[in-house]
Design a protein. Structure first.
Length: 529
């Protein structure tokens, strides 16, 4: 019989209503002896968090915790949940993100459930689990799955559903019936799917204030351009109202998106095309691999830690005056946005003049890995740095009176379950980057920097790292941070490919490749040398 864990014993004696079990120590206990079943005897508990603990299954006894209002099982390896979860009818928040789930138990009794997080799982279809009975559901996160069909979600009435994230799935269509079934929708993220068209009914969702359609293969080039330029939701919805497609697939009469055009309209289209050409002013020039630029060699140790890395090199950058601050703000914006608070990917930028190659991407023990802080001072261990950040995160959580850490601090807990941390080392074995936390003062940017090495790492997939790198390069050009072209007032960003090799010296990835930087009608030209 497993001895009662000290945290569980304390919770039992003090009749605590909250229990948090996460990190390496908990992971090791579960790996060695399994989970302490005494947890599921604490029937007065209303908050349970067992995250990043290496769980592969949950016992039926989970259903004994009938007073739970908040259940967090994030970052485990759960492929299924016991049917007894249906007993947890008092749940208000359920976080099952970053597991291996493709199905769910019946949820028809959870009429108090307000927040459901199923992101970073393996769902291909949204399961028929009585979600229509979850009448309090207001926030649903389904991003980063393999969803091709959400008809079981579209077809049910969810009167309070206000936020839905369906980004980075495989959806090819959205049914216009959602206008009637989701009347409170305010924020709908459909980015990074395979949508070729969107239903005209979206335009009549009166509460919708934030719609994202970026990175979809939309057939309407004008709409595609508007989404890539991140036009306001109002302007996108106005365009959809005029040019959208009914869910039946028939074009709205007068929609202006199909059928034969009159000569007059053809002339207008030609004028618009010419206007697009006129918009192309600045330039992004992409060069091949240069022998003098450092390669990155990937150690096998990163495979189960943070396996994906891409690099490239930027020349003709202008960081003088206010531009350095502007560049750093741009990077922060991307970390919050496309990087999802660094949970999907992390950007590190280095002054190329200070980078000593070749570079090695590897892992080190937290107390061995030492990095020079960006603000100066002696090198600090990764363990000390992470401990400090976790304390800051916990203090912020308590100050905001939240049940879990939110915002930018979320990425810190990705490291808590790791025995070794990822790092990028130069030829002198100095740590120049510690993703997803920070890079080193050694290669810190300054207002005199003219050439940059870009490093993007990800723990999810290579495509995520490339998407983030694409977004960074695009933002640099559009933020007017490039130097000018000789004998011209136009700006040019010069991008050189970076090569990543495996531990045996074989090529893993070259970025940007011919398939990368596939932007839709941006206001600059891309010229591949």
């Amino acid at each position: 019989m497993i001895k009662m864990w000290p945290e569980v014993e304390t919770a039992d004696k003090e009749k605590r209503r909250e229990l948090v079990l996460k990190g390496k120590q908990i992971q090791e206990r579960i790996k060695t002896s399994g989970i302490d079943l005494n947890i599921f005897k604490l029937e007065c508990m209303n908050f349970l968090d067992i995250s990043d603990a290496g769980l592969t299954s949950m016992p039926d006894e989970l259903g004994n915790l009938v007073n739970l209002a908040n259940l967090v099982l994030r970052g485990n390896s759960l492929a299924s949940l016991p049917d007894s979860v249906s007993n947890l009818v008092k749940l208000k928040m359920l976080d099952l993100s970053k597991n291996r789930l493709s199905s769910l138990p019946d949820m028809s009794g959870m009429d108090k459930l307000a927040t459901l997080n199923l992101s970073l799982n393996k769902f291909q279809t949204f399961p028929d689990v009585g979600i229509e009975k979850c009448v309090s559901l207001s926030v649903l996160d389904l991003c980063v799955n393999d969803l091709t069909d959400i008809s079981n979600l579209e077809s049910v009435n969810l009167n309070l559903l206000a936020e839905l994230d369906l980004s980075r799935n495989e959806l090819t269509e959205i049914n216009g019936i959602i206008k009637e079934n989701w009347p409170s929708m305010k924020k709908l993220n459909l980015s990074d799917n395979k949508l070729k068209q969107v239903p005209i009914e979206l335009a009549d969702m009166s509460t919708l204030k934030d719609l994202s359609l970026i990175n979809n293969p939309l057939q309407d080039n004008r709409l595609k351009k508007m989404t890539s330029q991140q036009k306001t939701t109002k302007s996108v919805l106005d365009y959809i109202r005029q040019h959208g497609v009914k869910s039946s697939g028939n074009k709205e009469e007068g929609g202006g998106g199909g059928g034969k055009k009159s000569k007059g309209k053809s002339g207008n289209k030609s004028t618009a095309a010419n206007a697009d050409v006129d918009d192309l002013c600045d330039k992004m020039s992409v060069f091949g691999v240069a022998a003098e630029l450092p390669e990155v060699i990937v150690d096998v140790s990163v495979k189960d830690v943070r396996p994906f890395i891409v690099t490239c090199f930027i020349k003709n950058i202008n960081l003088t005056g206010e531009n350095l601050r502007k560049f750093l703000q741009l990077q922060t914006k991307l970390h919050k946005g496309v990087c999802d608070n660094r949970k999907i990917a992390t950007i590190a930028t280095h002054d190329l003049a200070e980078v000593k190659g070749p570079l090695r991407y590897a892992t080190m023990k937290p107390d061995v890995l030492k990095i020079e802080p960006l603000d100066g001072g002696k090198p600090v261990s990764a363990k000390k740095l992470v401990d400090r950040l976790m304390n800051e995160a916990e203090n912020a959580r308590k100050e905001k009176k939240r049940s879990q850490v939110s915002g930018i601090h979320q990425y810190v807990y990705m490291l808590d379950r790791l025995e070794e941390f990822p790092c990028l080392l130069d030829s002198q074995d100095r740590v120049v980057s510690f993703p997803p936390v920070t890079n080193s003062r050694i290669t810190r940017l300054s207002d005199t920097t003219t050439e940059i090495m870009v490093e993007v790492t990800s723990g999810t997939k290579l495509a995520d790292a490339k998407t983030v790198a694409d977004a960074l390069l695009k933002e640099i050009v559009e933020s007017d941070l490039c130097g000018t072209i000789e004998d011209s007032e136009l700006k040019e960003l010069q991008v050189y490919q970076g090569r990543v090799l495996d531990h045996e010296g074989s090529l893993k990835v070259t970025y940007p490749s011919k398939t990368d930087l596939a932007f839709e009608k941006v206001k600059f030209a891309i010229e591949r040398k």
